[in-house]
Design a binder for this molecule. Structure first.
Ligand SMILES: [Zn+2]
Length: 99
């Protein structure tokens, strides 16, 4: 038989994935509209988005416009940004680097 190692339970992997995303969370997102620093940053659910590692969003307290920051495969990020800014929701997608 193979030597498949049990890599923890499903729950543990979910916890680890969450911790990984939280570790990526920036202290703030810069508003794409007025460059105000948005410090109230939300973690978005990206589990169904292929190639996206993490996405964060926040509402600018100054101009009230939402800005998102996305991390992942460059092509997937570009596609998602296009989809999100392509509708009439007024969403502006950030191209900020998350390191
Ligand atoms: Zn703003």
């Amino acid at each position: 038989m193979g030597q498949a190692k049990l890599r923890g339970t499903h729950e543990k992997r979910v916890e680890e994935a969450k911790a990984k995303i939280l570790a990526l969370k920036p202290a703030y997102i810069e508003c794409n509209s007025c460059h105000h620093h948005i410090t109230d940053v939300d973690v978005m659910d990206t589990r169904t988005l292929t190639g996206i590692e993490a996405m964060f969003g926040g509402l600018c307290p100054t101009c009230k416009k939402p800005t998102f920051a996305i991390k992942g495969d460059p092509e997937a990020v570009a596609t998602l940004a296009e989809v999100m800014s392509g509708n009439d929701s007024g969403v502006i997608v950030g191209s900020q680097k998350i390191s």
